[in-house]
Design a protein around this ligand. Structure first.
Ligand code: ZN
Length: 492
């Protein structure tokens, strides 16, 4: 088996072979921190979190970089418009860096709840201004960039490979761009590396070309090179970033270094609402915090953050995901089923007898793992991988209901849930928080006494007593489950 990724650059599934054996360098375009994250962000960052986790599962040592954009991302792709952070900061009447601080913290809070592992480094654009100026200077020196009135542009015509990722050619781009007579660029397809700051622009830095700020594309090239080297294995991002953002990243990096910038380009698809892209600019987004609290007109209830994860895993990362409350409800009930199963499994493990692990169960687990890997190797097919977890859940429930599996057998099942469902998919937790403030051990002990009393009454054919215990407990929401391994209880 070999891991294959659909590479946007070659437009086919390529076998993944890292540049350096055993090591993977991975860069994913991070958030522009001017608002809370919505479901669209969840799709993107869960998708790459799964890729990161799976590479680690395969034994690679992975360095994962995800930048924080806190300067230079303009409201308009054509190098016009205002800085997104500055616009939002003005509205809230705070400094743009204070806004960035707030929304960076908010982003990590949401991602932690979605059980996304933290990247190894989360560098900020504003913390890498000298490096960005140095790259612009390098491009000026080798004839790929030119300065006009304090701004510096990349000369697209000087770089023959421009368009190789998006498949657009220069002529199409020229004719497709709206004609702006006031543009100071040599060609409308050229893009800004450095922008001259107007006096009222808050975030500005000194440069050889006067006061200004970096173009958005520049930061990713610079931070990728700084932390991962001139050629990296994987660069990921949303499909909407393929052009112009990633195309520009390639042009400026390869023109500067004369080396291939990225070997595998991975793009995730978007979340849609009624068929339209969910996005901040379209104002049809649902914030993750609203999903977690249930406070949105499109939501019927509050959802577990891991239900969002389930929803994302249900579709392929390269397919669009159409949001609906019913899809989220289905994801939640799927998650509940798996969680309940794992909890019962762990409870049964505590009481199980010693003995050798059941060879038949071990063989089944091997089969699950094989099919899980096959699905994930095929360009991270998470919906098939998830179906394997559901089959494990079915097998485990049958095992617990029909037999008396011993400790070693159950531990093997639990290990497999922890590995595939936990380490890779991130939907099974090593430990679940207690549901109430009640000490679980105490509750188990007291319920054990009740169960014993009930069994004694039945043994003595004291049906009135047995019924009384059952009815009393039912009034507290407690039901008894009689299994070959003994009686268990459930609290609703
Ligand atoms: Zn980027």
């Amino acid at each position: 088996m070999a891991l294959k990724f659909y590479n946007s650059l070659t437009r086919q599934k390529d076998v993944f072979t890292p540049l350096n054996e055993g090591r993977v360098s991975m860069y994913v375009c991070g958030p522009t921190v001017y608002g809370d994250s919505h479901l669209g962000h969840a799709k993107s960052y869960i998708s790459f979190d799964i890729i990161y986790r799976y590479l680690k599962y395969l034994g690679y040592s992975v360095t994962y970089i995800q930048n924080i954009t806190d300067v230079g991302h303009l409201t308009d792709d054509a190098d016009e418009g205002e800085d997104k952070l500055q616009v939002a900061a003005k509205k809230e009447r705070i400094h743009p860096m204070s806004l960035a601080e707030h929304y960076t913290a908010s982003y990590f809070e949401d991602m932690d709840r979605l059980n996304c592992l933290r990247p190894d480094i989360s560098p900020r654009a504003s913390g890498h201004i000298p490096e960005q100026i140095a790259l612009v200077q390098k491009l000026m020196d080798n004839g790929h960039a030119y300065e006009v009135n304090g701004s510096v542009y990349f000369d697209v015509a000087s770089h023959k490979a421009y368009g190789k990722l998006s498949g657009r050619n220069l002529e199409d781009m020229r004719s497709g761009t709206r004609v702006d007579v006031k543009s100071e660029k040599r060609s409308p397809a050229d893009f800004a590396l450095w922008k001259k700051a107007e006096p009222n622009h808050i975030m500005q830095w000194d440069s050889p070309w006067g006061k200004g700020y970096p173009g958005w594309h520049l930061e990713c090239s610079v931070m990728s090179m700084k932390y991962l080297g001139e050629t990296i294995d994987i660069h990921g991002g949303g499909l909407e970033n393929k052009f112009p953002h990633h195309e520009c990243e390639i042009a400026q990096s390869e023109a500067a270094n004369g080396k291939e910038f990225v070997r595998y380009w991975l793009h995730n698809n978007m979340v849609t609402v009624d068929g339209t892209k969910m996005g901040k600019s379209l104002n049809n987004f649902i914030l993750l915090k609203q999903v977690f609290s249930g406070e949105h007109e499109r939501l019927s209830r509050a959802y577990d953050p891991l239900a969002v994860r389930m929803l994302v895993l249900n579709s392929h990362y390269r397919s669009p995901l159409d949001f609906s409350d019913s899809a989220l409800t289905a994801a939640q009930s799927g998650l509940d089923r798996i969680t309940e199963c794992v909890k019962s499994l762990r409870k049964a493990m505590e009481k199980a007898d010693d003995g050798e692990a059941d060879a038949k169960v071990l063989k089944q687990l091997e089969g699950f793992q094989h099919r899980f890997r096959k699905a994930m190797d095929d360009d991270i097919n998470t919906s098939v991988a998830l179906s394997v977890i559901y089959e494990m859940e079915k097998m485990t429930s049958t095992l617990l209901q029909k037999g008396r599996p011993n400790k070693k057998t159950l531990a093997a099942v639990n290990d497999m849930f922890n590995c595939l469902g936990g380490d890779v998919l991130g939907i099974v937790l090593k430990e679940y928080p207690r549901e109430s403030g009640i000490n679980q051990d105490l509750l188990d002990y007291l319920m054990g006494l009740v169960i014993e009393q009930r069994a004694k009454a039945r043994e003595e054919k004291d049906w009135a007593k047995a019924d009384e215990i059952r009815d009393k407990m039912a009034a507290f929401g407690v039901t008894f489950k009689d299994t070959p391994a003994g009686t268990d209880y459930e609290i609703k």
